[in-house]
Design a protein around this ligand. Structure first.
Ligand SMILES: C[S@@+](CC[C@H](N)C(=O)[O-])C[C@H]1O[C@@H](n2cnc3c(N)ncnc32)[C@H](O)[C@@H]1O
Length: 259
């Protein structure tokens, strides 16, 4: 994982390279940037989820946490530590809400439920099926209780298991996947494996979002390969997240956009 200084320098480099909406010449990306990516509104519907985040941040309970991905390896973590360190910030959770609300995917897969806060934003978009997977049963259970308490669990299927087995098993039950949020096991080979597995159920209008594309050398390498994959037509690099589209009606282009 890069240090704070290295990450700050990378961010400055991204910011200098990134385009603002005025020099985006793809009508699809221009519209997406001006209508979905940038207009950040705090809706009243987000308040109950953020109240849950606040409660989780105050919860000092220690839980057994077996790290299956690329991060912290310790076995005991407090819920408050997970809530403070492992979840998407409200700003990026709102972006995921706007993306899913805009595209209205029928089947969403989230790799990495954790405490379910981002899942709540995905659930708010009213999509039919959200399959959220996590290898840690305790966090999955907390996520389920959290979303049930704010009445956001009816369209969510909580799946407990390692992505290596649970993702192919989940994909096997679906005829298509419309939106995937890759937010766990941030390593090169697993990320590429999960991407390739999800591709088998992707279609022209599917949208894949990768978190932490600058988290490490491995993730940078994975992102570089993903955006160059022959099936990817448009990619958008927002520094913290990368989004890919497969629509063959679009021109093949890669964008770095300020966010
Ligand atoms: C960054 S957190 C997810 C945060 C969540 N999406 C949010 O923003 O609220 C990553 C989660 O992925 C899970 N995870 C990592 N590697 C995994 C694997 N190989 N199989 C299953 N779960 C895994 C971890 O247990 C952790 O809860």
């Amino acid at each position: 994982m890069p240090g704070a200084l290295s990450l700050a320098l990378q961010y400055i480099s991204y910011y200098v390279r990134a385009w603002n909406k005025h020099n985006v010449h793809s009508p699809f990306v221009f519209k997406l940037t001006t209508e979905v990516i940038h207009p950040d509104k705090k809706l009243a519907a987000f308040i109950p989820i953020e109240q849950q985040r606040k409660l989780l941040k105050q919860n000092a309970d220690k839980i057994l946490f077996t790290e299956l991905g690329a991060g912290n390896k310790s076995n005991q973590r407090s819920v408050s530590n997970i809530a403070a360190k492992s979840l998407k910030s409200p700003r990026y959770a709102r972006l995921l809400y706007r993306l899913t609300n805009h595209f209205q995917p029928e089947n969403i897969i989230e790799l990495g439920t954790s405490l379910g806060i981002t899942t709540g934003y995905l659930a708010l978009s009213g999509c039919k099926n959200i399959y959220t997977i996590d290898g840690n049963k305790t966090v999955s259970d907390i996520a389920k209780a959290t979303l049930t308490s704010v009445k956001l669990s009816s369209n969510v299927k909580f799946i407990n298991g390692n992505f290596d087995e649970s993702l192919p098993a989940t994909l096997n039950t679906l005829n298509k996947v419309d939106f995937v949020f890759f937010d766990g096991n941030h390593r090169y080979q697993p990320t590429l494996n999960y991407f390739q597995q999800c591709l088998t159920k992707a279609h022209d209008k599917s949208v894949f979002v990768f978190d932490d594309i600058n988290y490490s050398h491995e993730m940078k390498k994975a992102w570089k390969e993903i955006k160059q994959h022959p099936s990817v037509v448009v990619s958008i690099d927002l520094f913290m997240m990368g989004i890919v589209f497969f629509d063959t009606d679009l021109l093949r282009q890669h964008f770095v956009i300020r966010y």
